[in-house]
Design a protein around this ligand. Structure first.
Ligand SMILES: [Cu+2]
Length: 260
């Protein structure tokens, strides 16, 4: 039982933050994969610079110690080295900037014809989701609220402060449009594994597009300080197989709205 519990609690929620986590969560969208790859690319240059600068520093301290070199030379500038230490870093910056801009602009790209549009509305302190593509009997779009499971309520396997009563169900491997807004103060719809962090601004619609590449449950939290319960309005996105999506909407989401 303890082994099962351990397996379930440590391996199952792999798309949520883990204790003492240092790296990023596993990517589930091409965008998040791009962010992780860019991080690794930049880290390569970072290590080169770190080694080079440390080497120069240690060498300088060693060779120019007052005991080794009591009378310093009176050199104030050297053209060659000045050209080198200007050109070389700018080349490195270019190698960082090109993939960085490519990723930035591709994130900004709006999917022309998304299969599904979901509106995420932030409230103090819960979320409302609107499936704008479906109408219920009274021509209203399918809407439901998503509250955090209170701290003393979670069942075994549910993450503390991360699980919600109504998850956002989306089909995997499909282009989705997420429209983010707020009903009161600034909130943010952020899910690390999906590579999304979109501000929810009252009176304004922000748009982001995702395509979840694998089925799973992805956890996120509000990322804009929005009041006392800022930490208690998590986001849970459940990506299901496209075949199952229709029945999930029908059986799970529609009864939640109480309109079916
Ligand atoms: Cu918030």
């Amino acid at each position: 039982m303890i082994v099962l519990e351990w397996l379930f609690l440590t391996i199952a929620p792999c798309d949520a933050a883990e204790p003492w986590q240092l790296g990023s969560q596993d990517a589930a969208t091409p965008m998040m994969q791009g962010i992780i790859d860019l991080h690794h690319d930049i880290f390569f240059f970072l290590i080169l610079i770190l080694v080079f600068v440390s080497w120069i520093l240690v060498r300088t301290l060693w060779h120019f110690h007052y005991k080794k070199n009591p009378i310093p030379q009176r050199i104030v500038h050297g053209t060659t080295i000045e050209i080198l230490w200007t050109i070389f870093p700018s080349i490195i910056l270019m190698f960082i900037a090109i993939p960085s801009f490519a990723l930035l602009y591709s994130m900004d790209e709006v999917v022309v014809d998304p299969a599904i549009t979901i509106k995420a509305i932030g409230h103090q302190w819960y979320r409302t989701y609107e499936y704008s593509d479906y109408n219920s009997s009274d021509e209203q779009s399918l809407t439901f609220d998503s509250y955090m499971i209170p701290e003393d309520d979670p069942e075994l396997g549910q993450s503390r402060l991360l699980e919600v009563d109504n998850r956002v169900v989306v089909p995997a491997k499909t282009h989705l449009r997420i429209i983010v807004t707020s009903a009161d103060v600034l909130h943010s719809w952020a899910v690390p594994s999906l590579g999304v962090k979109c501000d929810a601004v009252p009176g304004r619609l922000n748009q982001t597009s995702i395509s979840v590449q694998r089925e799973g449950v992805y956890y996120g939290q509000c990322s804009e300080i929005c009041g006392t319960n800022h930490a208690f309005m998590p986001i849970v996105v459940e990506a299901v197989d496209r075949k199952d999506y229709g029945s999930r909407v029908e059986n799970q989401l529609i009864p939640q709205t109480g309109e079916a």
